[in-house]
Design a protein around this ligand. Structure first.
Ligand code: GLN
Length: 214
């Protein structure tokens, strides 16, 4: 049976109440090589969390969790190699550091991609199809029901990847109406096809923080 990490659902009230608490002792890294890392940093700061930009292997020290933002996964993967981050990052994640990949970030966490490029970190037991919604549906928004959140979250999809297969240890947190998997969890790892950092709704960030504070 799947272990439940956050037994009470994250509500607006809880997210707002936490917003006024300063939690500077919690340091969350945000991979800052490319993509929308600033939006994640702003959201974390609004939640009273210290956000730290991660660009080099030494930046992985003294962080309690890491967010890998959306952007362009091939560019991000190239920069991971250029800055020597690939191995130390994969190792930290395998040692249990909580990590959350949004969109391109989730692509990089995957064990397998339908496409040949980029070469992902290969830490999460999922298969991902990049740009899976095709040109017509390049970008769209939808109210998504997500496990552990009290009410649907208004989710933004931008040239989004989708999860085509999951391993037995992966918990599915959300699907579109047609059954497409768009949010997953495996132990300390979270992946979402969409971008909660682009809205004012901080509940998914709170959910990620609950994995750190566990
Ligand atoms: N399509 C992008 C990629 O394959 C991901 C898009 C995003 O992060 N919004 O890297």
């Amino acid at each position: 049976m799947t272990k439940q990490y956050f037994p009470t659902p994250i509500t607006w009230e809880l997210a707002n109440q936490k917003k006024s608490t300063v939690r500077k002792n919690i340091i969350v890294g945000v991979l800052a090589l490319q993509g929308d890392f600033l939006e994640h940093i702003q959201t974390l700061e609004r939640l009273g969390i210290t956000a730290k930009q991660v660009k080099l292997p030494e930046d992985l020290e003294n962080i309690q969790g890491l967010i890998m933002p959306g952007g362009e996964s091939t560019t991000m993967a190239n920069l991971l190699d250029t800055f020597g981050l690939r191995e130390p990052l994969a190792q930290k994640i395998q040692e249990g550091m909580p990590v959350w990949g949004t969109c391109a970030g989730m692509i990089l966490l995957a064990k397998k991609l339908i496409q040949e490029r980029p070469i992902p970190l290969g830490v999460m037991d999922i298969t991902v199809n990049r740009n899976a919604f095709g040109r017509q549906l390049d970008s769209f928004e939808v109210d998504l029901t997500i496990k552990y959140l009290d009410k649907p979250l208004h989710a933004t999809f931008i040239r989004a990847p989708l999860v085509t297969e999951v391993g037995k240890d992966v918990e599915i947190l959300s699907k579109l109406e047609d059954g497409t998997i768009v949010a997953v969890k495996q132990n300390n790892m979270l992946g979402t096809s969409f971008h909660p950092e682009l809205t004012s709704d901080t509940r998914f960030h709170e959910y990620f923080l609950s994995l750190i504070q566990k």
